[in-house]
Ligand binder design. Structure first.
Ligand SMILES: NC(=O)c1ccc[n+]([C@@H]2O[C@H](COP(=O)([O-])OP(=O)(O)OC[C@H]3O[C@@H](n4cnc5c(N)ncnc54)[C@H](O)[C@@H]3O)[C@@H](O)[C@H]2O)c1
Length: 398
């Protein structure tokens, strides 16, 4: 009988776990005791799911390895961040494969969902074979299925996102089993026979998006230097049939500021220094400085005394609609202004620790620096006198 274990219950692992638990006997495993304890009582601190979604009959949450021995289908969804020097940090994958080496048995299937660079799955499987003396695609099977979930996106979710399944084995029964599990997750499954190609495909999806945003950030800066209306320039360019429109902004979160470094790392190891990908990263990393300089140039000409200036930073989580502040340059911008002006506050309706902004509060501040694009922020901007709005990305100005 199929018994699934999802390893790592974060933004990626929890939705997978909840969906599969509706169809299969499932264990959600995480090394974070707090995460397990709160999920057991139906609380998702990422605020993506409600109690009624989490309490599922066949689902057990556990942090104990003893509970996993009966499992035979493992889905690994652990983090893959970068180190301080922007190199891939594979610590969590290492740890989860160490766990697998203790419990793996003949007939088991492993699916890696975490974003990695080409060759990582193969390297960890080789280590696993060495430790367990079991042979991949013979005693056990491996699949790589890069995750494309987009937190905060109500239209694109697990149900309607196409999912890649890279399986190099030739066992049709295993392939069918993987298909049968994953068809409960996604309506459209795309098989690949090459894990490294699927690992690379995931990398370039995020690199492309990062680069497109970087280009628009660069156009924004140039328009600003030339004192041109950015939105009008883009509106005109958009009338050409093949012009693609993107929004400039602060790139944050767990994917875009991280994944490009995975591919450029392995490219460098093979003797190629990625130029385009890394320059896009540089542009996006520097946008924090752009925002600070932009805001300072507006504040500088204000008549209010420096020690009296009250500033509100609007938008703190890495993008609209999510509670996640990982790699959010907005938090760093908030810290900068808090240091510079003692009356600085951050506001974000999606970030629970900030207070509400009521009408009285709105009157208190001299400036509102808008860092996120979206309807809830537009509503605030609509209530304000234009002179109070600092809009570095031209989200709310024409
Ligand atoms: N968040 C996204 O939008 C997104 C989208 C696509 C792909 N991804 C990729 O999916 C992977 C997971 O990302 P995430 O955002 O879900 O991360 P996350 O930080 O939200 O969650 C990871 C979970 O794994 C747990 N964990 C860490 N080490 C573990 C271990 N050894 N055993 C068991 N549990 C462990 C953590 O406690 C945490 O709960 C990453 O590779 C990421 O790049 C993320």
């Amino acid at each position: 009988m199929l018994k699934i274990c999802v390893i790592g219950l974060g933004y990626v692992g929890l939705p997978i776990c909840l969906k599969l638990a509706k169809n299969f006997s499932t264990i959600g495993y995480d090394t974070n005791s707090k995460r397990i304890d709160s999920l057991k009582i139906g609380i998702d601190h990422n605020e993506e799911f409600k109690k009624k979604d989490i309490k599922i009959k066949n689902l057990i949450f556990s942090k104990k390895i003893e509970d996993l021995h009966k499992c035979n289908f493992y889905i690994v969804c652990v983090p893959t961040p970068i180190t301080f020097s922007k190199k891939p940090d594979l610590r969590y994958i290492e740890k989860s494969f160490k766990l697998l080496s203790k419990i793996l048995k003949k007939g088991d299937i492993i699916v890696l969902e975490s974003t990695v660079y080409p060759g990582v799955t193969e390297a960890f499987i080789k280590k696993l074979e060495k430790k367990t003396k079991l042979i991949n695609n013979y005693d056990f099977s491996t699949c790589y299925s890069p995750e494309r979930i987009n937190p905060g996106d109500k239209n694109r979710n697990l149900n309607n996102i196409n999912k890649i399944l890279a399986y190099e084995g030739k066992d049709e029964k295993v392939k069918k089993l993987i298909f049968n599990v994953y068809k409960k997750l996604s309506k459209k499954l795309i098989f690949s026979k090459n894990i490294k190609e699927a690992e690379t495909a995931k990398g370039i999806e995020n690199i492309q998006r990062d680069l497109n945003i970087a280009l628009f950030n660069e156009i924004l800066i140039i328009c600003n230097k030339l004192k041109l209306n950015f939105n009008e320039v883009v509106r005109l360019a958009s009338t050409k049939w093949n012009f693609m429109n993107f929004s400039p902004g602060l790139v944050g979160g767990h994917c875009l500021p991280v994944d490009p470094y995975y591919l450029t790392y392995i490219a460098k190891k093979r003797g190629y220094k990625s130029k385009v990908t890394l320059s896009g990263r540089d542009v996006n990393n520097d946008m924090k400085e752009y925002v600070i300089n932009f805001a300072n140039s507006v504040i500088k000409i204000s008549k209010v005394k420096k020690d009296k200036i009250k500033i509100c930073i609007v938008g703190l989580t890495y993008k609209y609609g999510v509670t996640d502040t990982r790699n959010s340059q907005k938090i760093e911008i908030l810290k900068y202004f808090k240091k510079k002006f003692k009356h600085t506050k951050g506001f974000d309706p999606f970030f629970k620790t900030t207070d509400k902004l009521n009408n009285d509060e709105l009157k208190k501040y001299d400036f509102f620096i808008f860092l996120t694009k979206g309807p809830k922020f537009k509503n605030i901007a609509n209530l304000l006198d234009n002179k109070k709005i600092i809009d570095p990305f031209c989200y709310y100005s024409n």
